[in-house]
Design a protein around this ligand. Structure first.
Ligand code: FMN
Length: 340
């Protein structure tokens, strides 16, 4: 089959990303085990969960774990957040020492605790501070610096094009835009038109993000925004194979069939084992109560399975219950909705 990539490869520093499909950073979800699962489905770039620059300064063990990247996970960006240029400079250098191919800066997080410290999306309200932080980070490291933003603080103060220009001028090499304002949190719809405003304002690559749930929505977002790549977030929860569908859409290929229940179980099992190896049993058990029910979404008997699974705290009991459930499904069973 001929591959007609509908987007040119992304070149960032020494790296070429053939298919510009990026896994969204999601705190509490896209840890190392889950990123490794997602890699198997053809993601071109992964980004770690956000690391607070102050936490780097405090040398917390948990911080080290969040920023841990796998030897076979390249290219990978480590994401840092904060509003103090000095801490951000240190955090960027630390990220490179942890193995980051790119340093990604978070100016999109809407969480109150983060915004109160004028970090995450709160930074978008202070364009001079944005410039100071970007300058500090770009000057601190040799690797490409990338930036992830929302379209502004609220509907009345959207400044996505201005921030994009500031970023390009400061030497940022790629921009990701989640097409919502901070005020929207995760409600309403992402505006792919607003992502296009950033794309029109700069010549660095712009990645579009927000509400991409399958191949068709990826292509629709690209058509509306004209941007250079796609970032997928919540749609991968319990559904990482959707990335193979999006990748196929970007390559003009027929999408692969979604996994059978047995294949699905193999993915779940690998995910669980890697969670345990990475976090240890108590944390892995807690995370399993989040991920495993997602994997069962839309399958027969999933509501009963979910409520039973949520009660389990013993690791072996969780493994056994999940195995029993997924392997009891008929081989041709598919979830009601393919993209969760
Ligand atoms: C639980 C959760 C955690 C998130 N954590 C981060 C984060 O650490 N850094 C970041 O830049 N964005 C974070 N995001 C935002 C996502 O990267 C993405 O921008 C957003 O979910 C919109 O994309 P989607 O519609 O494909 O989910 C998070 C989103 C969710 C739902």
């Amino acid at each position: 089959m001929t591959r007609t990539n509908i987007l040119p490869p992304l070149r960032l520093g020494a790296h070429t990303i053939d298919v510009p499909l990026v896994l969204a950073p999601m705190a509490g979800i896209t840890d190392l085990p889950f990123r490794r699962i997602c890699r198997r489905f053809g993601v071109g770039l992964t980004v770690t969960e956000m690391v607070a620059s102050r936490a780097v300064d405090m040398k917390r063990a948990r911080t080290q774990k969040i920023a841990q990247v796998a030897p076979d996970e390249h290219p990978v960006a480590i994401q840092i957040a904060g509003s103090d240029p000095q801490y951000m400079r240190q955090a960027a250098q630390w990220a490179v020492a942890q193995g980051a191919d790119f340093v990604d800066i978070n100016m999109g997080c809407p969480v109150k605790k983060v915004c109160k410290q004028l970090a995450g999306s709160a930074m978008l309200r202070d364009e001079r501070l944005v410039r100071r932080v970007l300058d500090a980070v770009v000057q601190a490291v040799q690797v490409p610096v990338t930036l992830k933003i929302r379209t502004g603080w609220d509907e009345r103060s959207k400044n996505v094009a201005t921030i994009a220009r500031i970023a390009e001028d400061a030497g940022v090499q790629m921009l990701t835009v989640h097409g919502r304002t901070r005020a929207q949190m995760f409600h309403g719809h992402a505006s792919w038109e607003d992502i296009g405003l950033a794309k029109q304002a700069v010549s660095i690559p712009v990645i579009g993000n927000g509400d991409i749930v399958d191949g068709a929505s990826a292509r629709a977002m690209l058509a509306v925004s004209g941007c250079d790549g796609v970032m997928v977030g919540r749609a991968v929860q319990g559904n990482p194979w959707v990335l193979a569908e999006v990748r196929a859409a970007l390559l003009n290929e027929t999408p692969p069939p979604p996994p059978t229940p047995a294949e699905r179980w193999r993915i779940v099992e690998q995910h669980l084992r890697e969670l345990c190896a990475h976090h240890g049993q108590p944390t892995a058990s807690r995370l399993a109560r989040k991920h495993v029910p997602w994997y069962s979404k839309g399958l027969p008997g999933s509501a009963a399975f979910r409520s039973q699974f949520q009660q389990l705290h013993d690791w072996q009991a969780q493994l056994d219950a999940a195995r029993r459930y997924f392997l009891s499904l008929p081989e041709d069973e598919q979830p009601v909705a393919y993209a969760a």
